[in-house]
Structures are given as structure tokens and as C-alpha cells.
Design a protein around this ligand. Structure first.
Ligand SMILES: [Zn+2]
Length: 141
């Protein structure tokens, strides 16, 4: 994922705001063939702050209606849902088993995790396919 510094800062700000519950949200990418896409990496164009229906420090879930409405809004702009982000407030920014299970419902998405356990926020991006976690580049520019 390619992301502008201001957009990444917005995600981190959301994670801090919800602390010590997990935040969650959705990231729109430019569609296929979009000029925003470079070297195969899609550019993040919009961040939607979602409500964590669990308001929990251990797990997150985005309300199904909010998910569908937001996907619709993205598509009306010619974008697509590219990534789902959430925060880990007390553990490393690495997908938990719960995250891996959840990702099975959303093939093809990237998973952004904001780690707030350390002194500085740490943001990581992954693909999770068939239960296998693979770190992918998160390029800020
Ligand atoms: Zn998680």
C-alpha cells in the first residue's frame, strides 16, 4: 500500500483516540488501472473511521451495515475497498488468530495494524490468504 503521510497520521490518530480499545476502519484504494497505482502497489485514497461494535481492547468488528454502506460510498467514487485497519493496544502489530479467521471472509484485502504497545506507534501491512500471513510493504509518500 502507498499512503500519503497525512492519511497515515489520520489512522494513527484514530487508534490513539480509541485507546485502549481497538479502533477499526476501512481504506479505499484507487481502482485497477488508476494512475494512482504504481508498481503494483495501490494508493490509499480515503480513510473511513468505523465503529468497533465490541468497543473492546481485545477484538474488533465493523457493523455489517456500515461495511456495506462504506463500500458503496467508495464505489460511487470509483474506488474500491482495499484494506481494513485496526489497532493492537497491548500487543505487537501482527495479526492474531482472530484476525486471521476474520480475514478468511475478505479475500484480497490488505490488513493494516497499528501497534500502540510501544513508545512509538508502529504500523504494519499484511496480506492474509488461506490462513497464511504475509507482510507487505507500507510505503509512505
Ligand atoms: Zn488484531
Amino acid at each position: 500500500m502507498l499512503i500519503a503521510p497525512a492519511l497515515l497520521a489520520d489512522i494513527v490518530a484514530h487508534a490513539r483516540r480509541e485507546y485502549d480499545a481497538e479502533c477499526c476502519g476501512m481504506i479505499a484504494y484507487g481502482g485497477d488501472g488508476d494512475a494512482a497505482s504504481l508498481n503494483g502497489a495501490a494508493r490509499a485514497l480515503r480513510v473511513h473511521r468505523a465503529t468497533n461494535i465490541f468497543a473492546s481492547r481485545k477484538r474488533f468488528e465493523i457493523d455489517g451495515r456500515e461495511l456495506l454502506r462504506t463500500i458503496d460510498e467508495f464505489e460511487q467514487e470509483g474506488w474500491e475497498l482495499g484494506a481494513i485497519y485496526h489497532s493492537h493496544t497491548h500487543t505487537d502489530p501482527y495479526p492474531s488468530q482472530t484476525d486471521i479467521n476474520f480475514a478468511a471472509n475478505w479475500p484480497g484485502l490488505e490488513w493494516v495494524i497499528v501497534g500502540l504497545a510501544g513508545e512509538q506507534p508502529e504500523v504494519r501491512c499484511y496480506m492474509i490468504e488461506d490462513g497464511v500471513v504475509r507482510a507487505v510493504p507500507l510505503e509512505v509518500r
